[in-house]
Design a protein around this ligand. Structure first.
Ligand SMILES: N[C@@H](CCC(=O)N[C@@H](CS)C(=O)NCC(=O)O)C(=O)O
Length: 227
């Protein structure tokens, strides 16, 4: 089964798609990448992911898998080399718990921060900082969440190392203060120096332009205001 053809529908700026790219690269799985235009969705995307209509989508032989966390777990269970999730059921459960925590309490609030202005942005940034404080406790004393090698949580939280600083810059907000969060900052350095992560990131300048436009568009459509 593992030998069947693998295709990935992604979007160049998507932190969710990069989770899948990193997992496939770490496992050494060959795949065909198909770039999707999320602003003009292809019939293929609508056919493969009719419920969410979002990337990433993994196609493995005749199987279609959606949602980045689900895909990364599927990859881990299908290709046993370079295990991503911990072996013990409790540690696996904790890894999934913290991945969900970071998504809802940090990713969603930080994104809300750059898609808002004034007090609303400040409130979102404050919530995001509170979430980082919890992650700081979790990563303290560790090189990576996966121990010595990149694991499931490093992949799921990997966006914090690259996308979050871009959001901070675009939104003029500081969420990861290296003085307050030294362990998280050192984890970020380690993640960014890992060859699979370092060599598989979207271009920073293009990302800045994209995030500026996207966050402005979302703000304007949410509020009806023009900035
Ligand atoms: N929870 C999803 C989020 C995926 C997602 O939001 N993808 C964006 C690209 S960054 C997308 O396809 N957006 C199109 C849309 O929402 O219409 C995952 O983890 O895969």
């Amino acid at each position: 089964m593992a030998q069947q053809e693998v295709k990935l529908l992604g979007f160049w700026a998507s932190p969710f798609a990069y989770r899948v790219i990193w997992a496939l690269k770490l496992k050494g799985v060959d795949y065909e990448y198909i770039e999707e235009d999320i602003f003009n969705k292809s019939p293929l995307l609508l056919q493969l992911n009719p419920l969410h209509k979002r990337v990433p989508v993994l196609i493995h032989g005749h199987r279609v898998i959606c949602e980045s966390y689900v895909i990364v777990q599927y990859i881990d269970e299908t290709w046993p080399q370079y295990p991503l999730l911990p072996q013990h059921p409790y540690e696996r459960a904790m890894a999934r718990f913290w991945a969900e925590f970071a998504e809802s309490k940090l990713l969603e609030t930080a994104w809300m921060g750059i898609c808002s202005r004034g007090e609303e942005r400040e409130r979102a940034a404050k919530l995001a900082i509170e979430a980082v404080a919890k992650i700081e406790e979790l990563v303290k004393g560790k090189k990576l969440f996966g121990g010595e090698s990149i694991g499931y949580l490093d992949i799921c939280l990997g966006w914090i190392s690259y996308w979050l600083p871009i959001w901070e810059e675009v939104g003029c907000m500081q969420i990861i203060d290296p003085i307050k969060f030294p362990a998280t900052s050192s984890w970020i350095d380690t993640v960014l120096h890992h060859p699979v992560i370092r060599d598989n990131l979207p271009a920073r300048e293009a990302m800045i332009v994209y995030v500026q436009k996207r966050s402005k568009d979302i703000y304007e459509s949410r509020t009806g205001l023009r900035v």
